[in-house]
Design a protein around this ligand. Sequence first.
Ligand SMILES: C[S@@+](CC[C@H](N)C(=O)[O-])C[C@H]1O[C@@H](n2cnc3c(N)ncnc32)[C@H](O)[C@@H]1O
Length: 199
Amino acid sequence: MKRVRDTGRKKKKKRLAPRQIVFSRKWAMPNSNTFDIKPITSLLKKYVGPIKKAGGVIIDPFARNSCWGTLTNDLNESTTAQYHMEATEFLDKLVEEGKTKADIVLLDPPYSPRQISECYKQIGRSVSSTDTQNARLYKKCKDSLDKLLNPDGMAITFGWNSSGFGKTRGFEIVEILLVAHGGAHNDTIVTVEIKKRNH
Ligand SMILES: C[S@@+](CC[C@H](N)C(=O)[O-])C[C@H]1O[C@@H](n2cnc3c(N)ncnc32)[C@H](O)[C@@H]1O
């Protein structure tokens, strides 16, 4: 039998090479129904399509009339979403119930304090300065969605930055899609991340 010599040195942990991020930039007309923007529909078909077909759970807390989610919510009661709750309250309820585990989470909130304010005004709801703190809203939603997402699950975030769910929560970016809309419009930035199993 081969004897292993104890050198007293600790074995170095093997580091996996970081994943290559798929990066692309496409042009498309702006549309407030984000998921109807052509390159975004294609991205959703690629990642969400097969999971949905296989009966997976997809949470969309800001769904408007989109049908990509299997568990959908939107504050606005005139939308086709299944629930009409404030997003953080909707997600808190799912976490508390402890029955839902998602394969994919979609996060397409209003992109700025002004957009938040417009959404509230549209439904005749008064808006406080706390409501319009978009960073606070995103953090609360991400924390809850993280709790609801299975390891190896996918988070797809839409907005004006590529922060996504981030390394600290144990997520790794697999794809970034920039959709330019021309003129003075901001790009729509789509960040696709995987929740690492051993975080
Ligand atoms: C960017 S849109 C989502 C568009 C959708 N992904 C689509 O492709 O059609 C954001 C949606 O969030 C809703 N909303 C805004 N603030 C909300 C809140 N605090 N909780 C729940 N829904 C909210 C708005 O009514 C709006 O429909």
